[in-house]
Design a protein around this ligand. Structure first.
Ligand SMILES: Nc1ncnc2c1ncn2[C@@H]1O[C@H](COP(=O)(O)OP(=O)(O)OP(=O)(O)O)[C@@H](O)[C@H]1O
Length: 268
């Protein structure tokens, strides 16, 4: 997919948000879009998805099936989650079976009977993700997909993104919090001053120094925490359970806790 000489502004008298921007996306690319607030990340994503038309320039060879999840899912619609997803499945001409599959993976089975306007922010966000994934997108565009997600779904999302990429799809994700930083082969682009600039991959940017932390956590929370840390790119090594005191520099009672060694990028 080729983005060439792309310029965009919302109105004739508005400032240019993007000016002569270019980017080539290949099959299987997973691309993180970063940049300061208000520089045009969401605008670029809507252009990439085909929801906005370039004022100048072109976007060519866009995959036919596009899934787009907005930063804020518009939940002021008079449907239940299930009826909305059934409608979206019909529009995309896919079997309603995929609703069950995605509901399960995104941990939203219990939401299917709820009305969209009654959903919490995170739950509405999951519905936005589910509708984007229903039809096996060849281009998946996710605007801040990790915002407000619970730990299990946060851990699952990189796997879902990896699967789309592995079958040759292009994934474009704006991600303020860096949840995808550890994604293997991640391309990173920055939107700034109207341009789209490719950044160095994380491992080539000198961020390879590791710090090893020892963490004690209640056993019931261990697997959640491990998932979350792994999703953030930490190497986690569970070193066992303890029902007594941990000796050394850890103090206090540790009954029923699991200790884990966590290696992450060194703090600045
Ligand atoms: N529908 C619109 N009409 C007019 N201007 C808009 C519209 N949507 C966004 N803008 C303006 O375009 C600029 C870029 O907005 P955009 O939402 O793309 O930035 P962003 O980088 O995604 O921001 P953030 O990091 O805060 O999410 C901003 O100045 C914004 O006010």
């Amino acid at each position: 997919m080729r983005i060439a000489s792309l310029s965009f502004r919302y109105g004739r008298h508005d400032p240019w948000i993007l000016s002569d921007a270019g980017l080539v996306l290949d099959a299987g690319d997973v691309v993180e879009v970063t940049g300061p607030n208000g520089t045009g990340k969401s605008t670029l994503l809507r252009l990439v998805a085909g929801l906005l038309r370039p004022v100048r320039g072109s976007i060519e060879e866009r995959p036919r099936v596009v899934g787009y999840a907005p930063e804020r899912f518009p939940s002021d619609q008079p449907f239940t989650v299930a009826s909305y997803l059934r409608h979206m499945a019909a529009v995309r001409r896919v079997s309603t079976e995929s609703i069950g599959r995605w509901s399960e993976r995104l941990g939203m089975d219990h939401l299917l009977g709820q009305r969209l306007p009654d959903l919490s922010k995170g739950s509405a966000h999951k519905v936005g993700l589910a509708q984007a994934l229903l039809a096996e997108p060849g281009l998946l565009v996710l605007d801040e997909p990790f915002a407000g997600l619970d730990a299990a779904t946060r851990a699952e999302l990189p796997r879902i993104i990896g699967e789309v990429g592995a079958r040759g799809g292009i994934v474009v994700v704006s991600d303020h919090q860096g949840d995808l930083r550890a994604f293997p082969g991640l391309r990173r682009c920055e939107v700034r001053d109207g341009a789209v600039r490719e950044l160095e991959p994380v491992e080539e940017a000198g961020e390879t120094a590791l710090t090893v932390l020892e963490v004690a956590v209640a056993a019931s929370r261990a697997s959640d925490l491990v998932d979350r840390l792994r999703a953030e790119g930490c190497a986690v090594n569970i070193t066992g359970h303890t029902t007594g005191h941990i000796t050394g520099h850890t103090t206090g009672h540790t009954a029923g806790r699991t200790t884990a060694r966590v290696a992450g990028e060194a703090a600045e």
